[in-house]
Design a protein around this ligand. Structure first.
Ligand SMILES: [Zn+2]
Length: 262
């Protein structure tokens, strides 16, 4: 069955969040056959929700210096070839393919605004206060503001391993961040507070399950998670076990750095 605009609108409305601001993580492919492509999904999101925020992160701006602070989960001087391929951040730089084509399509919406963090920018429609909340030292501030506005996370065909908001809750739980560097037209910029790895985040699912709303649209499972409860659950998990939500790859530099401190 091909998914049409009407199916998507009905499905999103069934979540019962028409007046909520949301942050959306998505996979276009997860819908199966879809009439209208990513533009149709963006139009549906913008028409159903009060404000729509998406991550438009740009990892190809990142450079690795020869030296830097210790215990930073990075091998200094290890990426000379990648440094040569790094791109300058500009507001028009497309989002990394990992963000999904729906996020990058929303970035190009006529009413979209985008923040200017060279690695971790956000784009949004009807979301100016959220976008403007971001600073270089608090790049996840839009998510904090979204939580205070009773916002929700929408996961369209993706799981918690891409749920950026969990990073904000990790920070609230006292988990450390890292320093990274990005190429900009003004030179290399230091970006503090770079979050840890998210590969282990699906472990939050059983604890947040009873607060999660779900609808099925075509082949896509759409889940909605309230940020207030997500933050509460993540903080509790990390308080109970300082190694909660870390991944199990033995060579994961960021998870190993956090484990060493826990
Ligand atoms: Zn990891």
């Amino acid at each position: 069955m091909t998914v049409r605009l009407r199916d998507l609108l009905l499905g999103l409305r069934d979540l019962g969040l028409a007046h909520a601001p949301v942050i959306v993580h998505s996979s276009l492919k997860s819908f199966g056959p879809l009439e209208g492509g990513p533009g149709m999904v963006v139009n549906a999101l913008v028409s159903v929700f009060n404000a729509v925020l998406v991550p438009t992160f740009t990892y190809k701006t990142m450079v690795t210096p020869l030296t830097g602070p210790e215990n930073n989960a990075i091998t200094y001087g290890s990426q000379p070839d990648l440094n040569l391929m790094a791109e300058f951040f500009t507001p028009r730089l497309p989002a990394d393919p990992l963000m999904g084509i729906i996020a990058d399509t929303l970035r190009r919406h006529p009413r979209a605004l985008r923040s200017t963090h060279p690695i971790q920018s956000f784009a949004g429609v009807n979301a100016a206060p959220l976008i403007n909340a971001q600073t270089m030292t608090d790049h996840l501030a839009p998510i904090g503001l979204l939580e205070r506005a009773d916002g929700w996370v929408i996961l369209m065909g993706v799981d918690h391993t891409v749920n950026t908001s969990i990073h904000y809750a990790e920070k609230l739980a006292g988990r450390r961040g890292f320093v990274r560097w990005a190429l900009t037209p003004k030179g290399v910029v230091e970006c503090p507070g770079f979050p840890g790895c998210s590969a282990g985040f699906q472990a939050v699912a059983p604890d947040i399950d009873k607060f999660t709303r779900r609808v099925q649209v075509g082949e896509c499972l759409i889940q909605a998670v309230p940020l207030k409860m997500l933050f509460r659950v993540v903080k509790t998990l990390i308080k109970q076990d300082p190694q909660a939500l870390l991944c199990h790859q033995t060579d994961c530099e960021r998870c190993n750095a956090i484990r060493a401190m826990a």
